[in-house]
Design a protein around this ligand. Structure first.
Ligand code: FES
Length: 221
């Protein structure tokens, strides 16, 4: 079989047909910033943080949804791309009422915080409405539903459907009215949720939290 290769930030790298630019970069040790990406899930292309320049294309493209093509030339870190990422982050961070969250909320809960720090993104640059309203009164003992911190990456919805096959979590409304919910907007206990915790562990902002871990830490302090 003929081998395929592309140039990524000046380095010539071979790839397997079907791989995305993001996957090729990750394999080469170049971690392109992302918020809606989870390697276990189908590409979604929602946050646009993973944008890169491809020589010959007019605008930046999302690397997580763009397949690698033989002899492609990709820039992941040029000035314009980094500026665009910072602006995107500032939009997300301005809509999010809290960036610093308890790391015990979940495995990926620091992803937004880490990126905001890395880019020095301002959290109050864009004023306006924000989507997602917390349901911290959900009586289940396992999962904190603090949707004020939701950035609509849909990783929770997608992991529940694609990895667990439960389809317990869904989305209602659009734009600034987007809300992560359950069937008939019921508490989690009355949904198809099995409390596997996958949604908590993939959430990049701590909008979903592991109540047990947080309780344990509080009791020990
Ligand atoms: S990680 Fe590619 S669009 Fe979000």
């Amino acid at each position: 079989m003929q081998s395929s290769a592309l140039t990524l930030d000046g380095e010539y790298i071979s790839f397997t047909p079907g791989e995305t630019i993001y996957e090729v970069a990750a394999r080469a040790g170049q971690m392109i910033p992302s918020l809606c990406y989870d390697p276990r899930l189908d590409p979604f292309g929602g946050c646009r943080l993973c944008v890169v320049h491809v020589k010959g294309l007019r605008g930046p493209v999302a690397s997580c949804t763009t397949k690698a093509v033989n002899e492609m030339v990709v820039e992941t870190l040029d000035e314009e791309i980094e500026r665009l990422r910072k602006t995107l982050l500032e939009m997300v961070a301005s809509e999010n009422p809290r960036i610093d969250v308890d790391p015990l909320r979940g495995y990926a809960s620091q992803e937004l915080t880490t990126l905001v720090d890395r880019y020095g993104a301002r959290t109050g640059r864009f004023a306006g409405s924000h989507s997602g309203h917390s349901k911290t009164d959900d009586p289940n003992p396992f999962i904190l539903r603090d949707y004020d911190l939701c950035i609509s990456c849909y990783r929770c919805v997608r992991v529940c459907a694609e990895q667990e096959g439960d389809y317990a979590i869904s989305v209602m409304n659009r734009g600034f009215h987007t809300q992560i919910t359950t069937e008939f907007n019921n508490p989690l206990k009355q949904s198809a949720c099995t409390f596997c915790g996958q949604c908590v562990q993939t959430c990049p902002t701590g909008a979903l939290g592991d109540k047990k871990a947080m309780r344990f830490a509080t009791e020990r302090s």
